[in-house]
Design a protein around this ligand. Structure first.
Ligand SMILES: NC(=O)c1ccc[n+]([C@@H]2O[C@H](COP(=O)([O-])OP(=O)(O)OC[C@H]3O[C@@H](n4cnc5c(N)ncnc54)[C@H](O)[C@@H]3O)[C@@H](O)[C@H]2O)c1
Length: 696
């Protein structure tokens, strides 16, 4: 049973017991109804306490039931709420810890609420593109007022219960044992025959409500322009002011139903589940132990090494940073110190936090000093012989059982592992730049990587607050392997007649955080140039525009050189159109005999995004990614793909794979296209033929 009923004097205590978060599963809901009915029928019971225990109340809907018939089976949460609210004996919610979503809606239906001082409340539905659909938008404004309620509903944020002390949300804040406190409160309420308070009976008075709601609508129209849920949240809360309770409730359900079928909500829910799914690694049993990671070594203190060191130090782990020369070591250590000093100056860290983090840094030039590290991350130059040399040295110097990781972007992790006598302890940890900021961490599983090395990497990722996605070994792993094809298309589009500005604008309108040319200017055009030079030799059949090479030959590496696809004024990051680039493009088109044509934004988005999709299908089929949602997560967290579209693979699913295949065939017909690339990946073709989706 996921609920217990126990009698304490004349108070019936109903305790939710559905680990891990007391989700309101069908079982739990049925258990509540059953317990309430029994308590109401028992003449020895004068009052009821509903609780989740000392640690938490309820996390809301049980996500394990999402998309299953059990989610909607009676008793639904609406039914439970009606029964609790209609109870003829006082029902007191005892909120010991977090009280979230449907859990809070259930508590709002109780006649009284008592909370521990450390408890917190939240209505996070908006984060899944929904609104609180079990009365939350109607009862919360009646408890804490319109503005506070709307803030909570629009932000989805956790708010400490103590913040609402004195409001109708809580009748008492308890410092001691929450269940005992609630029982005493309930016994008193029964003894004093206190009238049962039902929030539905409270009138919401809010002068000039329409003006306020209009202001709120304008605000969300700018800050959440791609998401329909915030505006509907406002409509629902407005209903609490303008309509009788039952009518407001009906409207809330209708708005909820409308949101449930929006592509945006589907995308947000997909991203939520993608994040959970990514932590499960195929072939590795749940409960596989992890190794202890208490001390970290970082080899190479350049752009990535310093960011990686900062990420670990921010999580409280001591980091020994190794460099070859005193100059490089000083430069890296200074960059790390600057970061923490800056965070202190800007108030992002307290002086104590920053100073404590700085005590964790140990710069060195000797391998012996990282001998005791539990995890070493290598971030030296992207050259195989340098990497091999470093891993040989690590193999000699670092204690047995330590994990040896490479941050390589393109090199073969298996070959790097083979430089050691312990390839089982080697894997890739591919951070994104800036490594202390970007959420994504690709965890690269080598052919010989041990299971507990992978589980440890996932645990470490969590500790440093990264979103980890496991990738197999291939050139570019999941993310960069796919982005190469997206960037190729962006350049072909310019060859054929679009301007870099138009390509960037079209993709930014689609929702990408940054268009491909602005992005290249930011990361450095020389990086792509180096990769292309390698490609020209390794894969001579792969088509490329040579325009970007021309740009690089002129030293236009992007922001760092003051000019790239755009020009930059010193000290500023605004990308300004540059006639010199237009001239370069004109000359290149003349030279290659291309008459520029007018290209629509739709074509730009279609070609760039479907290039991701087709390569993504290959990545999936080869087992480089374990599931389509892993690819989506990589793109959402590492490449600025719009969250409201759920990632490239979900985007393709929503277009319909049949339609995607048709589009690929049409694009392949373009005389400038690379037909080998556009041939639908076999997995894509098969799923399309079967009427299936990547994310089925
Ligand atoms: N820059 C990025 O955006 C990015 C993103 C992901 C991964 N990476 C990868 O991270 C690695 C480092 O890239 P970066 O951009 O930080 O390069 P970087 O040139 O900024 O830094 C490399 C550092 O390694 C040091 N180094 C070189 N040989 C060494 C050795 N034998 N022992 C110790 N230190 C040594 C250099 O002195 C330099 O400070 C590369 O493998 C790169 O592919 C880079």
């Amino acid at each position: 049973m996921s609920t217990h009923l126990e009698l304490r004097g004349n108070v019936a205590v109903i305790t939710l017991d559905n680990p891990p978060v007391n989700g309101l599963s069908h079982d739990t809901r049925a258990g509540i109804v059953d317990a309430v009915d029994r308590a109401l029928a028992d003449v020895a019971v004068d009052a009821i306490v509903l609780t989740g225990g000392a640690r938490l109340f309820s996390g809301g809907a049980d996500i394990r039931e999402f998309n299953t018939p059990r989610a909607l089976a009676e008793p639904t949460l609406h039914t439970v709420i009606r029964i609790v609210e209609g109870a003829t004996k006082p029902v007191v919610a005892a909120i010991g810890g977090s009280c979230v979503g449907g859990g809070l809606e259930l508590a709002l239906a109780c006649h009284f609420r008592v909370a521990a001082r450390s408890a917190s409340v939240a209505l996070p539905e908006v984060r899944l593109g929904l609104l609180p659909g079990a009365g939350g938008t109607q009862r919360l404004p009646r408890a804490i007022g319109v503005e506070a309620a709307l803030n909570m509903i629009l932000s989805g944020a956790n708010v400490p219960a103590a913040q609402f002390e004195g409001s109708a949300l809580f009748d008492a804040i308890v410092d001691g044992d929450i269940v005992e406190g609630a029982c005493a409160f309930a016994a008193r309420a029964a003894a004093e025959r206190r009238p049962l308070k039902r929030l539905r009976d409270v009138r919401v008075d809010y002068p000039n409500a329409e003006g306020y709601f209009q202001f709120a609508r304008n605000t969300v129209a700018t800050v959440a322009k791609n998401l329909p849920a915030p505006a509907k949240c406002i409509d629902a809360v407005a209903g609490a002011v303008a309509k009788p309770f039952e009518e407001g409730l009906r409207q809330e359900r209708e708005l909820f139903r409308q949101l449930l079928i929006t592509p945006e909500s589907r995308a947000l829910r997909h991203a939520f589940f993608a994040e959970r799914a990514a932590s499960k690694i195929p072939g590795i049993a749940a409960g596989t132990p992890t190794r202890d990671v208490r001390a970290v070594g970082v080899v190479g203190a350049g752009t990535m090494g310093t960011g990686i060191a900062i990420a670990f130090m921010s999580a409280g782990l001591p980091v020994t940073v190794l460099e070859t020369t005193p100059a490089a070591l000083d430069k890296g250590a200074a960059a790390i110190r600057r970061h923490f000093e800056g965070a202190k100056a800007k108030g992002r860290l307290t002086p104590e936090q920053a100073d404590r983090a700085l005590t964790l840094l140990r710069p060195t030039q000797r391998y012996a000093d990282i001998g005791d590290a539990d995890l070493v991350v290598e971030a030296v130059f992207e050259e195989m012989d340098v990497k091999e040399q470093v891993f040989r040295a690590l193999d000699e110097a670092v204690k047995p059982g330590a994990i040896l990781a490479t941050n390589t972007s393109t090199l073969d992790v298996n070959r790097i592992a083979a430089a050691t006598r312990r390839p089982r302890d080697v894997l890739g940890l591919h951070f994104f730049s800036p490594a202390n900021v970007m959420k994504l961490l690709e965890v690269v599983r080598g052919a010989k990587t041990a299971d507990d090395v992978l589980t440890t990497a996932m645990a470490v990722a969590k500790k440093i607050r990264k979103t980890a996605v496991v990738s197999g070994v291939c050139d570019g792993f999941i993310g960069n392997r796919m982005i190469e094809h997206y960037l190729r298309q962006a350049m072909f589009l310019v060859d054929e007649g679009a301007s870099p500005q138009q390509v960037d604008r079209a993709l930014e309108k689609f929702g990408m955080a940054m268009g491909p040319f602005r992005m290249s200017d930011l990361t450095g055009n020389d990086v792509g140039w180096r990769i292309r030079k390698r490609r020209y030799v390794e894969r001579p059949q792969m088509a490329w525009s040579r325009l970007a090479d021309r740009l690089c030959e002129q030293g236009r590496f992007g922001q760092k050189s003051g000019a790239g696809w755009y020009r930059y004024e010193s000290g500023r990051r605004d990308a300004l159109a540059d006639p010199a680039v237009d001239a370069l493009i004109d000359a290149y088109r003349r030279e290659t005999g291309r008459a520029p044509r007018k290209i629509g934004d739709d074509e730009i988005v279609e070609r760039c995004v479907l290039a991701l999709v087709n390569e993504g299908a290959r990545v999936l089929e080869e087992g480089i990614a374990a599931r389509a949602s892993d690819i989506d997560l990589v793109y959402l967290t590492g490449y600025g793909f719009p969250l409201h579209r759920g990632g490239p693979m979900l985007y393709a699913d929503m277009l319909g794979l049949y339609n995607v295949v048709r589009s690929l065939r049409r694009i392949a017909g373009n005389p400038h296209a690379d037909p080998a690339f556009w041939a639908p990946a076999p997995l894509l073709a098969r799923l399309a033929a079967e009427g299936k989706a990547f994310n089925d």
